[in-house]
Design a protein around this ligand. Structure first.
Ligand code: KG4
Ligand code: ZN
Length: 327
Protein backbone atom coordinates (compact mmCIF):
# COMPACT_ATOMS: atom_id res chain seq x y z
CA UNK A 1 0.00 0.00 0.00
CA UNK A 2 1.26 3.46 -0.91
CA UNK A 3 0.05 6.88 0.25
CA UNK A 4 -0.41 9.72 -2.25
CA UNK A 5 -0.93 13.42 -1.58
CA UNK A 6 -3.19 14.93 -4.26
CA UNK A 7 -3.45 18.66 -5.05
CA UNK A 8 -5.99 20.41 -7.28
CA UNK A 9 -6.16 24.09 -8.29
CA UNK A 10 -7.00 24.21 -12.00
CA UNK A 11 -10.26 26.17 -11.82
CA UNK A 12 -12.13 27.62 -8.83
CA UNK A 13 -11.77 24.82 -6.29
CA UNK A 14 -8.62 24.53 -4.18
CA UNK A 15 -8.19 21.04 -2.76
CA UNK A 16 -5.80 18.66 -1.02
CA UNK A 17 -6.38 14.96 -0.32
CA UNK A 18 -4.56 11.89 0.98
CA UNK A 19 -5.45 8.73 -0.90
CA UNK A 20 -4.04 5.21 -0.67
CA UNK A 21 -3.40 2.83 -3.55
CA UNK A 22 -5.89 0.46 -1.90
CA UNK A 23 -8.70 3.02 -2.41
CA UNK A 24 -8.93 4.67 0.98
CA UNK A 25 -9.45 8.42 1.16
CA UNK A 26 -7.75 9.32 4.46
CA UNK A 27 -8.55 13.02 4.09
CA UNK A 28 -10.00 15.37 1.54
CA UNK A 29 -10.13 19.10 2.02
CA UNK A 30 -11.71 21.58 -0.34
CA UNK A 31 -12.23 25.34 -0.51
CA UNK A 32 -14.70 26.81 -3.00
CA UNK A 33 -14.30 30.33 -4.36
CA UNK A 34 -17.91 30.81 -5.48
CA UNK A 35 -18.51 33.91 -3.38
CA UNK A 36 -15.43 35.68 -4.80
CA UNK A 37 -16.51 35.08 -8.42
CA UNK A 38 -20.28 35.49 -8.02
CA UNK A 39 -20.32 39.30 -8.62
CA UNK A 40 -18.75 38.66 -12.05
CA UNK A 41 -21.04 35.75 -13.04
CA UNK A 42 -18.08 33.53 -13.88
CA UNK A 43 -14.58 32.54 -12.78
CA UNK A 44 -12.08 35.45 -12.91
CA UNK A 45 -8.62 33.85 -13.46
CA UNK A 46 -6.60 36.41 -11.47
CA UNK A 47 -8.96 36.22 -8.48
CA UNK A 48 -8.86 32.42 -8.69
CA UNK A 49 -5.05 32.25 -8.69
CA UNK A 50 -4.75 34.54 -5.65
CA UNK A 51 -7.41 32.59 -3.78
CA UNK A 52 -5.55 29.31 -4.47
CA UNK A 53 -2.36 30.84 -2.99
CA UNK A 54 -4.22 31.72 0.22
CA UNK A 55 -6.17 28.48 0.55
CA UNK A 56 -3.75 25.73 -0.43
CA UNK A 57 -1.28 25.73 2.49
CA UNK A 58 -3.92 25.43 5.23
CA UNK A 59 -5.77 22.75 3.23
CA UNK A 60 -2.62 20.63 2.94
CA UNK A 61 -1.92 21.03 6.66
CA UNK A 62 -5.56 20.21 7.39
CA UNK A 63 -5.38 17.05 5.27
CA UNK A 64 -2.24 15.85 7.09
CA UNK A 65 -3.87 16.57 10.47
CA UNK A 66 -7.12 14.80 9.53
CA UNK A 67 -5.27 11.70 8.31
CA UNK A 68 -2.79 11.78 11.21
CA UNK A 69 0.22 11.55 8.89
CA UNK A 70 3.11 13.78 7.81
CA UNK A 71 4.96 14.38 4.55
CA UNK A 72 7.41 11.67 5.62
CA UNK A 73 4.61 9.06 5.37
CA UNK A 74 3.71 10.04 1.80
CA UNK A 75 5.02 7.91 -1.09
CA UNK A 76 4.38 10.41 -3.92
CA UNK A 77 2.98 13.90 -4.49
CA UNK A 78 0.40 14.19 -7.29
CA UNK A 79 -0.61 17.64 -8.54
CA UNK A 80 -2.80 18.78 -11.42
CA UNK A 81 -0.44 20.10 -14.14
CA UNK A 82 -3.24 21.13 -16.56
CA UNK A 83 -5.43 21.75 -18.40
CA UNK A 84 -7.00 24.76 -16.71
CA UNK A 85 -6.50 28.40 -15.79
CA UNK A 86 -2.71 28.67 -15.95
CA UNK A 87 -2.25 30.89 -12.85
CA UNK A 88 -4.19 28.44 -10.72
CA UNK A 89 -2.53 25.34 -12.17
CA UNK A 90 0.87 26.86 -11.37
CA UNK A 91 -0.06 27.39 -7.71
CA UNK A 92 -0.87 23.71 -7.09
CA UNK A 93 1.89 22.34 -9.29
CA UNK A 94 4.59 24.54 -7.72
CA UNK A 95 3.38 23.57 -4.24
CA UNK A 96 3.51 19.91 -5.28
CA UNK A 97 7.03 20.29 -6.64
CA UNK A 98 8.18 22.03 -3.44
CA UNK A 99 6.77 19.25 -1.26
CA UNK A 100 8.23 16.56 -3.51
CA UNK A 101 11.64 18.23 -3.37
CA UNK A 102 11.55 18.89 0.38
CA UNK A 103 10.36 15.38 1.20
CA UNK A 104 12.49 13.58 -1.40
CA UNK A 105 9.31 12.10 -2.94
CA UNK A 106 8.47 11.48 -6.58
CA UNK A 107 6.26 14.07 -8.32
CA UNK A 108 3.33 12.87 -10.39
CA UNK A 109 1.96 15.49 -12.81
CA UNK A 110 -1.70 14.65 -13.31
CA UNK A 111 -3.86 15.67 -16.25
CA UNK A 112 -7.06 17.01 -14.66
CA UNK A 113 -9.15 15.13 -17.25
CA UNK A 114 -7.40 11.90 -16.30
CA UNK A 115 -8.32 12.71 -12.70
CA UNK A 116 -12.01 12.84 -13.65
CA UNK A 117 -11.66 9.85 -15.96
CA UNK A 118 -10.09 7.46 -13.43
CA UNK A 119 -12.12 8.72 -10.44
CA UNK A 120 -14.88 6.10 -10.86
CA UNK A 121 -12.27 3.40 -10.13
CA UNK A 122 -11.57 4.95 -6.72
CA UNK A 123 -15.05 4.07 -5.47
CA UNK A 124 -15.71 1.04 -7.70
CA UNK A 125 -12.97 -1.62 -7.41
CA UNK A 126 -14.78 -3.78 -9.96
CA UNK A 127 -14.57 -1.24 -12.78
CA UNK A 128 -12.23 -2.78 -15.35
CA UNK A 129 -10.61 -1.40 -18.51
CA UNK A 130 -11.67 -0.78 -21.21
CA UNK A 131 -14.68 1.38 -20.37
CA UNK A 132 -16.56 4.01 -22.33
CA UNK A 133 -16.27 7.33 -20.50
CA UNK A 134 -18.54 10.31 -21.02
CA UNK A 135 -16.51 13.17 -19.56
CA UNK A 136 -18.80 16.14 -19.05
CA UNK A 137 -17.45 19.17 -17.19
CA UNK A 138 -17.34 22.95 -17.42
CA UNK A 139 -14.53 22.92 -19.96
CA UNK A 140 -14.91 19.55 -21.70
CA UNK A 141 -17.44 17.24 -23.28
CA UNK A 142 -15.83 14.11 -24.62
CA UNK A 143 -16.38 10.41 -25.19
CA UNK A 144 -13.25 8.38 -24.47
CA UNK A 145 -12.45 4.72 -24.50
CA UNK A 146 -10.35 4.28 -21.36
CA UNK A 147 -8.08 1.37 -22.23
CA UNK A 148 -5.71 1.66 -19.28
CA UNK A 149 -3.82 4.17 -17.15
CA UNK A 150 -2.48 6.77 -19.60
CA UNK A 151 -4.25 5.06 -22.50
CA UNK A 152 -7.22 7.08 -23.69
CA UNK A 153 -8.78 6.90 -27.14
CA UNK A 154 -10.87 9.97 -27.88
CA UNK A 155 -13.96 9.05 -29.86
CA UNK A 156 -15.73 12.39 -29.80
CA UNK A 157 -15.51 15.92 -28.48
CA UNK A 158 -17.56 19.09 -28.65
CA UNK A 159 -17.29 21.21 -31.77
CA UNK A 160 -18.16 24.36 -29.76
CA UNK A 161 -19.24 24.64 -26.10
CA UNK A 162 -18.90 22.09 -23.29
CA UNK A 163 -22.08 20.80 -21.62
CA UNK A 164 -21.26 22.45 -18.29
CA UNK A 165 -20.57 25.73 -20.06
CA UNK A 166 -24.06 25.54 -21.60
CA UNK A 167 -25.53 24.98 -18.12
CA UNK A 168 -23.57 27.95 -16.76
CA UNK A 169 -24.62 30.27 -19.62
CA UNK A 170 -28.24 29.20 -19.39
CA UNK A 171 -28.19 29.93 -15.66
CA UNK A 172 -26.75 33.37 -16.35
CA UNK A 173 -29.43 34.15 -18.99
CA UNK A 174 -32.17 33.02 -16.60
CA UNK A 175 -30.70 35.05 -13.75
CA UNK A 176 -30.22 31.89 -11.67
CA UNK A 177 -26.75 32.87 -10.51
CA UNK A 178 -23.41 31.14 -10.31
CA UNK A 179 -22.37 28.30 -10.40
CA UNK A 180 -24.98 27.49 -13.01
CA UNK A 181 -25.32 23.73 -13.19
CA UNK A 182 -26.85 23.04 -9.77
CA UNK A 183 -29.05 26.18 -10.09
CA UNK A 184 -30.46 25.03 -13.44
CA UNK A 185 -31.06 21.53 -12.06
CA UNK A 186 -32.95 22.96 -9.09
CA UNK A 187 -35.11 25.25 -11.26
CA UNK A 188 -35.68 22.42 -13.76
CA UNK A 189 -37.24 20.30 -11.01
CA UNK A 190 -40.14 22.80 -10.88
CA UNK A 191 -40.52 23.19 -14.66
CA UNK A 192 -42.03 21.25 -17.56
CA UNK A 193 -39.34 19.68 -19.81
CA UNK A 194 -41.76 19.63 -22.75
CA UNK A 195 -42.92 23.26 -22.47
CA UNK A 196 -40.26 25.04 -24.53
CA UNK A 197 -39.27 23.84 -28.01
CA UNK A 198 -35.47 23.75 -28.16
CA UNK A 199 -33.06 22.19 -30.71
CA UNK A 200 -30.99 19.04 -30.15
CA UNK A 201 -27.82 19.85 -32.15
CA UNK A 202 -26.25 16.91 -34.07
CA UNK A 203 -28.94 14.48 -32.86
CA UNK A 204 -28.83 11.44 -35.12
CA UNK A 205 -25.58 12.41 -36.90
CA UNK A 206 -23.18 9.57 -37.70
CA UNK A 207 -20.14 10.78 -35.73
CA UNK A 208 -20.65 10.93 -31.95
CA UNK A 209 -19.51 14.58 -31.60
CA UNK A 210 -21.32 17.19 -29.48
CA UNK A 211 -22.51 20.75 -30.08
CA UNK A 212 -24.26 23.04 -27.63
CA UNK A 213 -23.82 26.54 -29.12
CA UNK A 214 -27.08 26.39 -31.12
CA UNK A 215 -29.00 25.24 -28.07
CA UNK A 216 -27.56 28.08 -26.02
CA UNK A 217 -28.50 30.74 -28.62
CA UNK A 218 -32.01 29.35 -28.82
CA UNK A 219 -32.32 29.57 -25.03
CA UNK A 220 -31.32 33.25 -25.37
CA UNK A 221 -34.23 33.79 -27.80
CA UNK A 222 -36.70 32.09 -25.46
CA UNK A 223 -35.77 34.01 -22.29
CA UNK A 224 -38.63 36.31 -21.31
CA UNK A 225 -41.11 34.55 -23.61
CA UNK A 226 -41.47 31.46 -21.43
CA UNK A 227 -41.43 30.69 -17.73
CA UNK A 228 -37.82 30.47 -16.44
CA UNK A 229 -38.40 27.10 -14.75
CA UNK A 230 -39.89 25.67 -17.96
CA UNK A 231 -36.87 26.93 -19.91
CA UNK A 232 -34.51 25.35 -17.35
CA UNK A 233 -36.36 22.01 -17.53
CA UNK A 234 -36.57 22.04 -21.33
CA UNK A 235 -32.91 23.01 -21.66
CA UNK A 236 -31.82 20.21 -19.29
CA UNK A 237 -33.94 17.72 -21.26
CA UNK A 238 -32.35 18.86 -24.55
CA UNK A 239 -28.85 18.38 -23.08
CA UNK A 240 -29.80 14.94 -21.75
CA UNK A 241 -31.23 13.92 -25.15
CA UNK A 242 -28.00 15.00 -26.90
CA UNK A 243 -25.73 13.25 -24.38
CA UNK A 244 -27.73 10.02 -24.60
CA UNK A 245 -27.95 10.01 -28.41
CA UNK A 246 -24.22 10.69 -28.87
CA UNK A 247 -23.24 8.14 -26.21
CA UNK A 248 -25.51 5.50 -27.76
CA UNK A 249 -23.75 6.13 -31.08
CA UNK A 250 -20.30 5.66 -29.47
CA UNK A 251 -21.39 2.54 -27.54
CA UNK A 252 -22.21 0.83 -30.82
CA UNK A 253 -18.64 1.39 -32.03
CA UNK A 254 -16.60 -0.01 -29.13
CA UNK A 255 -16.14 -3.05 -26.93
CA UNK A 256 -16.41 -1.80 -23.35
CA UNK A 257 -16.98 -3.37 -19.94
CA UNK A 258 -19.11 -0.47 -18.67
CA UNK A 259 -20.58 2.92 -19.41
CA UNK A 260 -19.05 5.50 -17.09
CA UNK A 261 -19.87 9.17 -16.59
CA UNK A 262 -17.60 11.66 -14.82
CA UNK A 263 -17.03 15.42 -14.49
CA UNK A 264 -19.13 18.17 -12.92
CA UNK A 265 -22.21 17.61 -15.11
CA UNK A 266 -22.23 13.95 -13.96
CA UNK A 267 -23.58 15.36 -10.68
CA UNK A 268 -26.85 16.11 -12.50
CA UNK A 269 -29.53 13.56 -11.58
CA UNK A 270 -31.37 13.77 -14.92
CA UNK A 271 -28.08 13.11 -16.76
CA UNK A 272 -27.19 10.18 -14.48
CA UNK A 273 -30.68 8.67 -14.73
CA UNK A 274 -30.81 8.85 -18.53
CA UNK A 275 -27.35 7.31 -18.92
CA UNK A 276 -28.21 4.57 -16.46
CA UNK A 277 -31.25 3.71 -18.60
CA UNK A 278 -29.10 3.74 -21.74
CA UNK A 279 -26.63 1.31 -20.15
CA UNK A 280 -29.47 -0.98 -19.06
CA UNK A 281 -30.86 -0.89 -22.60
CA UNK A 282 -27.40 -1.92 -23.90
CA UNK A 283 -27.12 -4.66 -21.24
CA UNK A 284 -24.11 -2.94 -19.74
CA UNK A 285 -22.88 -1.89 -16.32
CA UNK A 286 -23.31 1.77 -15.47
CA UNK A 287 -20.83 3.48 -13.14
CA UNK A 288 -21.00 7.06 -11.89
CA UNK A 289 -18.85 8.39 -9.03
CA UNK A 290 -20.63 9.69 -5.92
CA UNK A 291 -21.65 13.37 -6.26
CA UNK A 292 -18.75 14.72 -4.19
CA UNK A 293 -16.30 13.05 -6.56
CA UNK A 294 -17.94 14.43 -9.75
CA UNK A 295 -17.14 18.12 -9.31
CA UNK A 296 -13.50 19.19 -8.93
CA UNK A 297 -11.69 17.75 -5.91
CA UNK A 298 -8.24 16.49 -4.94
CA UNK A 299 -9.20 12.89 -4.12
CA UNK A 300 -9.52 12.22 -7.84
CA UNK A 301 -6.08 13.75 -8.43
CA UNK A 302 -4.62 11.67 -5.59
CA UNK A 303 -6.29 8.58 -7.03
CA UNK A 304 -5.00 9.26 -10.59
CA UNK A 305 -1.62 9.73 -8.89
CA UNK A 306 -2.05 6.37 -7.16
CA UNK A 307 -2.88 4.65 -10.45
CA UNK A 308 0.11 6.30 -12.15
CA UNK A 309 2.37 5.46 -9.18
CA UNK A 310 1.39 1.78 -9.39
CA UNK A 311 1.99 1.86 -13.15
CA UNK A 312 5.52 3.16 -12.53
CA UNK A 313 5.09 6.74 -13.80
CA UNK A 314 6.68 9.83 -12.24
CA UNK A 315 7.61 13.24 -13.64
CA UNK A 316 10.63 15.56 -13.47
CA UNK A 317 10.54 18.67 -11.26
CA UNK A 318 10.73 20.93 -14.32
CA UNK A 319 7.41 19.60 -15.68
CA UNK A 320 5.55 22.67 -16.99
CA UNK A 321 2.04 23.79 -16.08
CA UNK A 322 -0.18 23.57 -19.15
CA UNK A 323 -3.29 25.62 -19.89
CA UNK A 324 -4.17 23.23 -22.72
CA UNK A 325 -3.46 19.51 -22.47
CA UNK A 326 -5.66 17.09 -24.42
CA UNK A 327 -5.78 13.58 -23.01
O1 KG4 B 1 -15.64 19.09 -13.32
P1 KG4 B 1 -15.97 20.45 -12.86
O2 KG4 B 1 -16.16 20.69 -11.39
O3 KG4 B 1 -14.92 21.48 -13.35
C1 KG4 B 1 -14.31 21.43 -14.62
O4 KG4 B 1 -13.33 20.64 -14.74
O5 KG4 B 1 -14.83 22.10 -15.52
O6 KG4 B 1 -17.28 20.85 -13.64
C2 KG4 B 1 -17.91 22.07 -13.42
C3 KG4 B 1 -19.12 22.15 -14.32
C4 KG4 B 1 -19.78 23.53 -14.29
O7 KG4 B 1 -20.06 23.93 -15.60
C5 KG4 B 1 -21.04 23.26 -13.49
O8 KG4 B 1 -22.11 24.13 -13.83
C6 KG4 B 1 -21.36 21.83 -13.88
O9 KG4 B 1 -20.10 21.19 -13.92
N1 KG4 B 1 -22.23 21.19 -12.89
C7 KG4 B 1 -23.48 20.77 -13.16
C8 KG4 B 1 -24.00 20.29 -11.94
N2 KG4 B 1 -23.05 20.44 -10.96
C9 KG4 B 1 -21.96 20.99 -11.58
N3 KG4 B 1 -24.17 20.77 -14.31
C10 KG4 B 1 -25.44 20.29 -14.26
N4 KG4 B 1 -26.02 19.83 -13.13
C11 KG4 B 1 -25.36 19.81 -11.95
N5 KG4 B 1 -25.94 19.36 -10.82
ZN1 ZN C 1 -12.96 19.30 -13.57
Amino acid sequence: MALILGLESSCDETAAALVTTDRRVLAHKLARQEAAHRPYGGVVPEIAARAHVEALGPLIEGAFAEAGVTLADVDAVAATAGPGLIGGVMVGLVAGKALALAGGKPLIAVNHLEGHGLSPRLTDPDLEFPYLLLLVSGGHCQLLLVEGVGRYRRLATTIDDAAGEAFDKTAKMLGLGFPGGPAVEEAAARGDPGAVPLPRPLLGSAEPHFSFAGLKSDVARKVGRYDAEDIAASFQQAVVDCLVDRTRRALAKVEATALVVAGGVAANKAVRGALERLAAEAGMRFVAPPLWLCTDNAAMIGWAGAERFLAGFSDPLDTPARARWPL
